[in-house]
Design a protein around this ligand. Sequence first.
Ligand SMILES: Cc1cc2nc3c(=O)[nH]c(=O)nc-3n(C[C@H](O)[C@H](O)[C@H](O)COP(=O)(O)OP(=O)(O)OC[C@H]3O[C@@H](n4cnc5c(N)ncnc54)[C@H](O)[C@@H]3O)c2cc1C
Length: 343
Amino acid sequence: MEAEKIIIIGNGPAGYYAAKKIRAGKPDSQITMFDREPLPFYTKIRLPDLIAGKVEENKLFLAKPEDYGKSGIDAHLGTEAVSINPGDKVVVTSTGEIFHYDKLVIATGAKAFRPGTIKGISNDSVYVLRTISDARRIMDKMRTSQKAIVIGGGLLGLELAQALGGKGLKVDVVEFFPRLLPKQLNEIEASILRKKLETQNLSFYLDRIPTEIASADRGLVLRTNRHDEIAADFIIVSAGIKTEINLADHPGLKTEFGFIVNDRFETSGKDIYAIGDCAQLDGKIFGLWAAAKEQGEALADILCGKRDSYRPSIFNPILKVTGINLDEIRKEANDGSAGVRKF
Ligand SMILES: Cc1cc2nc3c(=O)[nH]c(=O)nc-3n(C[C@H](O)[C@H](O)[C@H](O)COP(=O)(O)OP(=O)(O)OC[C@H]3O[C@@H](n4cnc5c(N)ncnc54)[C@H](O)[C@@H]3O)c2cc1C
């Protein structure tokens, strides 16, 4: 009997852990993986630490190039899947090759979102952070810069701003909400966090909507809906993610925010599954490392006949801003020791 051919597109945590576990559960299957990045599996979670100079790039890798072959995974790193033809059950790659599948797993993740409503968002000195190459570009720019703006004061934006501040740059954080981390912190706690970060080279423009980025004498100027003109050498946008669902264009797979999947990760296409940041389960994109890993492993169990369906765990994203512990902030807020009036 011919080996079952399973193709996995994406070498992030969803695709990587799915590949490893499917291989372990179905040693006779033939697993082929594609990723447009030419690198073995690495952690994105530590990219801000790389920028902060707290970790060497080689410490980010969670797999070596030779691990794939050793695990029986035929990995084509540096090769993009450009289209899918569900009728013929094939994937076409950027090298022009055609690969047949019996089962296809889409684990294409997401890109960093660049809001199109900000005029000038495509300026060369506007960066995002999603990959090691993005981090390398940002680090290059930091060498000749004194001042940066981070658009977006969410969990990742603050971590990034702190990383830049720690390297001696002055950083202005521009945030839509009137206080920091409204989902995680109440008003008093947010104000304590802000004061702590202000001692670390960070300043805040809250309750603002960036409207335009323009080139200026020194670098850039960011304009907001409240008529601020904030100057900087460069800008990093940390405004959430945009799921990678381009492959849906060709086969007409059902999408909304991501590929719509059921509790077995089945898309609307026969024998096509989606997991991780690109998958929309119960109307939700998780956008978390632990969720992507859990989904990859759960899909492997489903494909290997070890479970019928998947229910997600409860995931609590954490603030990784160094030296600042949210529990301590909450305690400080309850003590009233921050000198902030409680209502
Ligand atoms: C800077 C940063 C910090 C983060 N910090 C945290 C954190 O603290 N905690 C947390 O839980 N999460 C964090 N995350 C989010 C977490 O990394 C993601 O949720 C997780 O990586 C999603 O995994 P994934 O496998 O679904 O997608 P991804 O990791 O995005 O992997 C998808 C892969 O698919 C490849 N790909 C896409 N399209 C194609 C194609 N057509 N052909 C070939 N290859 C393709 C991409 O190159 C990519 O390698 C962070 C993310 C970033 C960027």
